[in-house]
Design a protein around this ligand. Structure first.
Ligand SMILES: [Zn+2]
Length: 475
């Protein structure tokens, strides 16, 4: 990157920059840079950082504002224009569907190329590959497969080939890893899981996974489930990313984090993430709600809230919804603020939203996750420094992607030679506004958001008719 930066610097002497961000507090979590500087952007890259005045075709006045790398959301189920707008207003410049992945990577990428506000990408989906290979139905637009024989049935070792073929095809089409929602495919044996990790290792991509189960009951505890995937990583050599350790770990999240620490201390490449809310959200017809869920998760009917109507569920209503083919989403109030706040503060935890807004409905994490970290955890609680928060939202996710794609080395950094994916925000006022009642309220305080050097947010508002988002693919 140094060499690239030097060439870029030499080339820049004559011409002015496309865009200059002037006078902001420039912060880079990799180098520790935290100083008032000017940022010169050309051709979608940051080509100059300087205390000298720079001349650009356009200048943004960033005095009093923080200038930082755009946020990378590794866990964004929402992958359409509605979600990309909310993401951009929350400081996100790259939104990836890595947990469950997508059923058809080639068409997912093709449908968004040249049309997206922010960068996008996905994993190849083990749950959907399994459902397809077993002849099950995939409801278009469903984030997770419904509970069915295709998710519940164990598959004999010699019958795993069609699942692997589908995953290979996804990786060849540019998938950034293998997404596994083991909790959504309880039929998957330990052996099947290990085989998927082996496939990931062969292709040198990480496995991103929602672990098999959560809660304190044995068998099936959070600790057992985290242990299963750490073991699969150890025996296969595949890198592992455990999604939402807050909601998968619940009361045992601190112990789950100690498992991740221990695995890393033994040289394994294991990472994790969390979102800053006490409630989870998933489809009520998924395998998460197979019999015994109350005991497993430690919640009951009244802790479930139907997203569509806002109603809290009763036994009768739950049973009616659970039997439907249509994937109705429910919020699950299952965690405490104290637990979530302490998980977010842990140095190994990166931030990822798990967000998905549909026609204005959903979970506030889809619109507010990143501003919430800055307003709640940095400004109000002062449990995170600004630099640590930026690291969790930009550099760490970029580093998680580097094994799958060299392109990630230019993301998550505010450096010469890096991609000009940049957020410019006011640390005194940046605020999440999304609530459980009104989940699609966009965050405020992100004054400018740049994707590959193109402003997608200006003066806090979406810029219409720009599509600088590119596919982030395995390379
Ligand atoms: Zn999940």
């Amino acid at each position: 990157m140094l060499v690239t930066a030097t060439f870029a610097l030499l080339a820049s002497f004559q011409a002015p920059y496309d865009l200059v961000i002037q006078g902001g507090r420039v912060m880079d979590p990799e180098t520790g840079l935290d100083a008032v500087m000017n940022v010169g952007i050309r051709g979608g890259s940051i080509v100059r950082l300087s205390t000298e005045r720079l001349r650009g075709a356009r200048t943004i006045d960033a005095r009093g504002l923080i200038v930082a790398p755009g946020f990378i959301d590794l866990h964004s189920h929402g992958q359409d224009a509605e979600n990309y707008r909310l993401k951009a207003l929350d400081g996100v410049t790259t939104a990836l569907e890595m947990e469950i992945g997508v059923p058809d990577v080639a068409s997912f990428l093709a449908e968004r190329r040249g049309r997206a506000l922010i960068h996008f990408g996905a994993t190849a989906s083990h749950p959907f590959a399994r459902v397809k290979a077993l002849g099950g139905a995939i409801v278009p637009g469903a984030i997770v497969p419904a509970s069915s024989p295709a998710t519940q049935k164990p598959v004999a070792a010699e019958q795993l080939a069609p699942i692997k073929d589908l995953l290979r095809k996804g990786l060849e089409a540019g998938a950034l890893g293998i997404g596994m929602g083991i909790a959504y495919t309880p039929g998957a044996t330990r052996f099947e899981v290990i085989e998927m990790f082996r496939l990931a290792a062969q292709h040198r991509v990480p496995v991103f996974t929602h672990v098999r189960s959560s809660g304190g009951n044995e068998p099936g505890s959070s600790i057992e489930s985290v242990g299963e995937v750490i073991a699969a990583s150890a025996v296969s050599g595949a890198s592992l990313h455990i999604v939402h350790i807050n909601s998968s770990g619940l009361k045992d999240a601190p112990e789950c984090l100690r498992l991740v620490e221990g695995a890393r201390a033994r040289g394994l490449d294991v990472t994790t993430e969390a979102y800053p809310y006490i409630a989870g959200m998933t489809a009520v017809n998924s395998a998460i709600f197979d019999p015994g869920w109350q005991d497993r998760i430690g919640v009951s009917y009244q802790d479930l809230q139907l997203v569509e109507t806002g109603e809290r569920l009763t036994k009768d209503r739950f049973e009616q919804l659970h039997g439907m083919t249509e994937p109705k989403l429910v919020l699950i109030f299952q965690n405490t603020d104290e637990m979530v706040d302490s998980v977010i503060a842990h140095p190994l935890v990166m931030i990822a939203s798990d967000g998905h807004i549909q026609n204005g409905k959903g979970h506030p994490r889809g619109a507010g996750t990143y501003a919430r970290i800055l307003s709640r955890h940095v400004r109000s609680q002062q449990r995170l420094t600004m630099m640590d928060a930026l690291r969790k939202m930009s550099l760490m996710p970029a580093q998680r992607l580097e094994r799958a794609t060299a392109a990630a080395r230019k993301k998550g950094r505010l450096q010469e030679g890096a991609d000009a994916d940049i957020v410019v925000f006011d640390p005194r006022s940046v605020t999440d506004r999304a609530t459980y009642e009104s989940p699609a309220q966009p965050s405020s305080g992100f004054k400018y958001v740049l994707v590959s050097g193109t402003p997608v947010v200006e003066e806090g508002k979406i810029v219409e008719n720009v599509t600088p988002g590119r596919a982030l693919v395995r390379e």
